[in-house]
Ligand binder design. Structure first.
Ligand SMILES: *[C@@H]1O[C@H](CO)[C@@H](O)[C@H](O)[C@H]1NC(C)=O
Ligand SMILES: *[C@@H]1O[C@H](CO)[C@@H](O)[C@H](O)[C@H]1NC(C)=O
Length: 475
């Protein structure tokens, strides 16, 4: 009989996520350096381009810096950014990107894994699934995770009900994202996965869609029916340096990042961060804020942030305190109005009679015309299909929160393409009407009916650049 003591020498007990795990001696050799938590992986993606969307790429660069300081290796951080900001002709500090008014450069050192046209929904999904053969372009870096690993995914951009923006190709639809997460789970290649999502109506991506029991915990910047907010915008307090005519960050995003970057993340849980971010993003329930939500396996939220983000050794003594990351409430700008703020600020500051002023006025007017065209044509299609009274009610209907936005996602895609064929691209602003189009599907509208109504509503194809289908359909 082997005495107990020598048994204890042969094996060891490890505490992983609050559970005792038995380690056999044979498992101890050749493992990753920190086999207590497995490897940390991160996928960071900004879904937009254009200087008026400066803030999304600034958010992503900032997130990279936090993870890098937290100890994650470049080989485990995969970055998607269009990369048209740092050297944009509008950028007052060429080669530099900041994410807050007094912030330091967050662009330096960021790996450019997927840029330009390679920032698309298909590559994003393939990277999460670790499928190299499905990639087009880019560095080829994918999440090659194993069963003990932890994955953090952070997305920031415009969105709409059931959909997330992408700078190229079709948008990312919630069903495709959820399918990818299911596949990832089925492949047994992570221990737990945390998803932070900033977009308008971001709650709709998970609501009624994300199954429980896949070890996934998600928080979103807004619920399923409201926009999310840009921050550090011209005219806000605090505002960007005057030469920046654009928002520098997003409210939910800077809330988690400005919290993460100053604390010892071994002492702060996901739940503590959620509560703090929720408080800050609601902006004291003012009109300038949104409701941060959580989805999936909420019991994972007892995990420390350290498990996903590592921690900056310099913050060793700064343990989490509920109060100390809260900033005074300030004004914020609806994501969907941030482009107008940019064009307006540019117009306001440009000298009288200059080309810049004329151009800014044109950009502002075109953005407004595009909005009116989209809003009016969608409304009219509803009326053509369901009548003057019932049309608007049907378009605005919201399903209970335990139901997905739409039952038939292929119908949604097909009606989007049909609409755009006649009326031009929805573009980032038009994503807000996804719920209305989904409601048409839920009411049984077929492609042919949609085509007829769209042709009546849009007698001519709009000429401004927002409507262009050069980048393809939104579906
Ligand atoms: C990877 O993607 C390719 C192309 O889309 C597909 O044919 C293949 O089945 C995928 N592999 C896995 C393991 O999912
Ligand atoms: C934390 O505080 C201790 C004691 O004051 C000090 O010796 C140590 O250098 C500090 N660590 C960091 C990372 O600042």
């Amino acid at each position: 009989m082997i005495p107990t003591v020598s048994l204890l020498l042969l094996v060891s007990m490890l505490i992983v996520d609050g559970r005792e795990v038995l380690r056999l001696p044979s498992e101890r050799t050749g493992g990753p350096a920190d086999d207590r938590v497995g490897t940390r992986w991160a996928v960071l993606i900004a879904g937009s381009n254009g200087y008026w969307n400066y803030r999304h790429q600034a958010d992503v660069c900032h997130a990279y810096q936090i993870l890098k300081k937290g100890g994650l290796k470049d080989e485990n951080i995969i970055v998607f950014m269009y990369d048209d900001i740092a050297y944009n002709k509008e950028n007052p500090r060429p080669g530099v990107i900041i994410n807050s008014p007094l912030g330091e450069d967050v662009y330096k050192g960021v790996p450019k894994d997927y840029t330009g046209k390679d920032v698309n929904a298909k590559n994003f999904i393939s990277v999460i699934l670790g499928n190299k053969t499905a990639l087009t372009g880019g560095s080829g870096k994918v999440v090659e995770s194993g069963p003990n690993d932890h994955i953090f995914i952070y997305y920031t951009d415009h969105g709409g009900p059931g959909v997330l923006g992408m700078p190229s190709g079709p948008y990312l639809y919630a069903d495709d994202l959820i399918d990818a997460l299911k596949k990832k789970y089925a492949s047994g290649t992570y221990q737990s996965l945390v998803f932070y999502l900033e977009a308008c109506e971001s709650g709709s991506i998970f609501e009624g869609l994300l199954p429980l029991g896949m070890n996934i915990y998600a928080t979103t910047a807004s619920n399923a029916v409201e926009s999310s907010w840009g921050t550090y915008c011209p005219g806000d307090y605090p505002s960007p340096p005057p030469e920046y005519e654009t928002c520098l960050g997003d409210l939910y995003s800077v809330a988690w990042m400005e919290d993460s970057e100053i604390h010892n993340l071994e002492t702060e849980s996901l739940r503590q961060q959620y509560q703090l971010v929720r408080k800050r993003t609601s902006n004291d329930n003012s009109a300038f804020g949104s409701h941060v939500m959580q989805y999936g396996d909420l019991q994972l939220s007892v995990d420390n942030l350290f498990l996903y983000m590592g921690t900056n050794p310099a913050n060793g003594n700064f343990t989490f305190v509920d109060e100390n990351s809260l900033r005074p409430a300030s004004k914020a700008i609806n994501q969907r109005d941030a482009d107008l703020v940019h064009f307006w600020d540019k117009f306001r500051k440009a000298s009288e009679g200059s080309d810049r002023k004329v151009n800014a006025q044109k950009e502002f007017a075109e953005a407004l015309s595009h909005r009116m065209h989209i809003d009016d044509s969608v409304k009219l299609i509803g009326k053509l299909l369901f009548g003057i009274e019932k049309g608007p009610v049907l378009l605005d209907a919201v399903r209970p929160s335990d139901q997905p936005l739409v039952d038939d996602w292929d119908c949604l895609r097909s009606l989007v393409i049909t609409y755009e064929t006649h009326c031009g691209s929805l573009s980032q602003y038009g994503m807000k009407h996804m719920r209305s189009i989904a409601n048409l599907c839920n009411a049984g509208i077929q492609k042919e009916q949609m085509a007829e109504a769209s042709a009546q509503a849009c007698t001519q194809f709009p000429s401004y650049s927002w409507s262009s289908l050069e980048n393809g359909f939104s579906a």
